[in-house]
Design a protein around this ligand. Sequence first.
Ligand code: DGP
Length: 110
Amino acid sequence: MATIFTKILRGEIPGEILYQDDHVFAIRDLDPKAPVHILIITKSEIPGMATVEVAGDHMHIVNAARAIGEQLGLVGGYRLVINQGADAGQSVPHLHAHLLAGRPLTGDFA
Ligand code: DGP
């Protein structure tokens, strides 16, 4: 069964796609922890960091973060967080990074 993120990508449930390329897409987080809280998600349904088979998948996320940072003019900086597994609080088993910005980020994580 498709993940919630894949359903958003397909337009089956609502979610504005802010950025996409051949490998990843980005949406705003439903429960934002900062003024800017964007999820950068692989188009492939990779369950998480622990199951990435192609090293390039990580770089596609990082490259998208840089592009989104430039697109949104995040000159003050941003933070990129990936939660892997239960201890990290990963709730959606589909590889994604949280891009957080718009306020000073003092040690907290998504
Ligand atoms: P994580 O805990 O790292 O697996 O983060 C999953 C994030 O996904 C969480 O911050 C909330 C967000 N989220 C869950 N369901 C939806 C949804 O349907 N739409 C959007 N935009 N975000 C969602």
